[in-house]
Design a protein. Sequence first.
Length: 140
Amino acid sequence: MAQQRTFSIIKPDATRRNLTGAINAKIEASGLRIIAQKRIHMTEDQAGSFYAVHKERPFYGELVEFMTSGPVVVQVLEGEDAVAAYRGVMGATNPADADEGTIRKEFAESIEANSVHGSDSLENAEIEIKHFFTEDEIVG
Ligand code: CMP
């Protein structure tokens, strides 16, 4: 498998509990490299357009509210088969279904406050990275 880049967000439930370092430790222990990272407070417009694919879902409003409720850390991760690799490190969306040792099993509070986001495809990874980073902010 080829080297890939994927997009990650450490969500407000995790930054609030001071878990950025613990989550980054799990990312780095998996072999993925954090090649760009910044802590931001998303605006409603940023969160709304980032999650536009979920606009019709019943949880969309609450999701935007949650993602703007505190700081997040947006990241670009690089490594072998990075999109699938990071999904493995995160665990299932619902922490109740997540495997032992995954970020969501260990840290997530609920299906909404699930500590991290990761791209679901290589195509979406490119789109999501461009939402938050310019090419000169990514240092591989
Ligand atoms: P994420 O990977 O960021 O992608 C969409 C997010 O919507 C997801 O993680 C969850 O935080 C949230 N989400 C997904 N399903 C539900 C749900 N049934 N109820 C509330 N939030 C959800």
